[in-house]
Ligand binder design. Structure first.
Ligand SMILES: NC(=O)c1ccc[n+]([C@@H]2O[C@H](COP(=O)([O-])OP(=O)(O)OC[C@H]3O[C@@H](n4cnc5c(N)ncnc54)[C@H](OP(=O)(O)O)[C@@H]3O)[C@@H](O)[C@H]2O)c1
Length: 330
């Protein structure tokens, strides 16, 4: 099969090469007894793969290896006891190996792909939308009627969080850095959009009538303290990522003074040992897809070539990505 490998750790421009590899065995690190073999139609590209080209991500196999944490495609074979059958359309999370014509994922991270979504949208479903649901509902305890402020709102996690929050009855305020990204956040369904280079904290306070109930933060960096200041009494700030580069520090007296919380949300580490929770999140998302609330926004797609994958990674690395970036494989 054709695949794209990371063969050294020199970054997105130079670390990739094309390889002809044997197809993977139907077993997976997490489920050695058997995994779901998927004929890949589209592969999602995300921040972790950018970091992997530099050896900077926590999942760090020795090169060469095939990156690619999530795919959409057709089941070729499924282990006994799973609800999946050959020919099923699925979204799957192999964790590695997605930039290839065939990938293997654990059954508990492989989900039927609703007909309403195409392959590219399917390749953008698991990482961003499972994270969004997990961060908002499980960790953030979001309720219908609350106001949620989403940083990096035109990005993958951001657009997903807007759709999930809105689908669950919350009101969303998006924070973005440009006019083009404002359009994407609005297309994702954001009711209000504020600019990260403007007076976004004051604007968010005003728009929410005194403070937001929840901040969903995949960005981190300098804006963290202002995020805390934008919370209403009892508000929660859910930490999802650090695309701005620096990891913020909290003066905890702020939490005491305003009765607020900072909550970490690490989707992968939490759900990996909880197959039932994965099923529940997939079912909740299927409901939101049926209702028309969830439609992954695909901002760019590239072919499964060295040039295509490199361009995809550089787009994310250079802050130019909107929605989900995918590779067309099938
Ligand atoms: N905790 C978890 O379980 C979990 C799960 C999935 C992803 N993540 C993490 O969440 C983060 C976001 O992922 P994503 O897929 O949404 O990324 P993305 O699509 O690239 O979006 C990230 C957003 O961050 C903003 N940003 C601000 N400063 C930036 C900078 N210096 N460089 C790049 N972007 C910057 C950008 O928005 P503006 O230009 O509008 O500011 C951008 O749209 C990543 O760190 C990822 O690893 C965490």
């Amino acid at each position: 099969m054709r695949a794209i490998e990371i063969f050294d750790l020199s970054g997105p421009e130079t670390a990739l090469r094309e390889a002809e590899l044997p197809e993977p065995e139907p077993s997976h690190l997490l489920t050695p007894g058997g995994g779901v073999v998927v004929e890949v139609e589209a592969a999602g590209v995300s921040f972790p793969e950018v970091l992997q080209t530099r050896g900077e991500y926590q999942v760090r196999p020795p090169p060469p290896f095939v990156p690619g944490s999530e795919v959409a495609g057709t089941v070729r074979s499924a282990p006994e006891g799973s609800d999946l059958a050959p020919g099923d359309r699925v979204a799957a999370f192999p964790m590695l190996g997605g930039f290839a014509e065939v990938a293997v994922a654990p059954a508990f991270l492989t989900f039927p792909l609703p007909d309403a979504l195409d392959w590219r949208q399917g390749a953008g479903l698991i990482l961003n939308y499972h994270t969004a649901w997990f961060a908002l509902v499980v960790r953030g305890r979001m309720r219908a009627g609350e106001t949620v402020l989403v940083h990096g709102a035109a990005g993958g996690v951001g657009t997903a969080s807007i759709q999930v929050a809105k689908g669950l009855g919350a009101r969303t305020i998006a924070v973005v850095s440009s006019g083009a990204k404002e359009d994407v956040a609005r297309a994702a369904g954001a009711e209000e959009v504020v600019r990260s280079d403007g007076e976004w904290r004051e604007e968010a306070k005003e728009l929410s009538g005194g403070g937001v109930d929840l901040v969903l933060d995949p960005v981190g960096g300098d804006r963290f303290t202002d995020s805390l200041r934008s919370l209403a009494e009892g508000g929660r700030l859910v930490v999802v990522g650090f695309t701005a580069g620096s990891i913020p520090e909290v003066k905890v007296n702020r939490l005491l003074l305003n009765n607020t919380e900072v909550i970490g949300a690490g989707w992968g580490a939490y759900v990996i040992s909880k197959p039932d929770l994965n099923g529940k999140i997939a079912a909740e998302l299927a409901r939101l897809i049926d209702a028309g609330a969830v439609r992954p926004i695909v901002g760019a797609s590239f072919p499964l070539t060295v040039a295509g994958a490199s361009e995809a990674l550089r787009l994310i690395d250079g802050r130019g990505a909107t929605g989900k970036v995918v590779l067309d494989v099938g």
